[in-house]
Design a protein around this ligand. Structure first.
Ligand code: FE
Length: 204
């Protein structure tokens, strides 16, 4: 941590340096094209991103039939209704928060994540402490995110794998009756779809 009144720049992290080195090597060997790489990163950072997931959640909140279809086969329903499909999004399972159950997602082995609906994973999702501690003490880790889960609510931790990715459907905030899907989707954050936060409140 920087001391008071003192600022300095940290060197890039070891993984960042390794990625850079790998990237240079792949480009040098002609195995990847830098422009293509930039397009791919831009797509997952800015175009698909978590707004896709937010639209899925908002639709599930207003359309019971759609909600049932994503509970049955999320990847297929999302592809059919929104056309979202692609890398790492083939086997998405939707898990719904209720008044009794709170769902939260982790990948204990690495960083498996539903790119198709959430874009690129946040840095903390890939961190060793999150991956190790969420499983041991979900209530404590969620509290650190400012999310206090009442004792009477069960917490289910879902461990992503290369085969299965999870999308949390947060509870619909109170006071949003009659809202349009578009307006509802603005309450759905990336973190709410990972399960470390609730959807935003209607007044926010
Ligand atoms: Fe993983």
């Amino acid at each position: 941590m920087p001391h008071d009144g003192e600022e300095f720049t940290e060197p890039p992290s070891d993984p960042a340096l390794r990625v850079k080195a790998l990237e240079s090597l792949l480009v040098e060997k002609g195995l990847v094209d830098l422009e293509a790489l930039d397009v791919l990163i831009d797509t997952y950072e800015h175009k698909v991103g978590p707004r896709n997931g937010a639209r899925v959640v908002a639709r599930a909140w207003v359309d019971q039939e759609f909600k049932l279809s994503i509970q049955k086969d999320c990847s297929a329903a999302v592809k059919k209704v929104f056309g979202f499909q692609g890398r790492q999004g083939e086997h998405i399972v939707a898990v719904e928060n209720t008044s009794k159950i709170h769902n939260v997602v982790v990948c204990t082995l690495c960083s498996c994540y539903p790119w198709t609906v959430l874009g690129l994973p946040p840095v903390w999702y890939k961190s060793a402490p999150y991956r190790a501690r969420l499983v041991q003490d979900p209530r404590g880790v969620l509290a650190e995110f400012g999310t206090c889960i009442p004792e009477e609510k069960d917490i289910r931790v879902w461990d992503s794998t290369s085969e299965v990715r999870y999308l949390v459907i947060p509870e619909r905030p109170i006071g949003t009756e009659g809202w349009t899907e578009e307006k509802l989707s603005m309450l759905v954050t990336r973190n709410a779809m990972i399960g470390v936060e609730f959807a935003k409140e209607a007044s926010s």
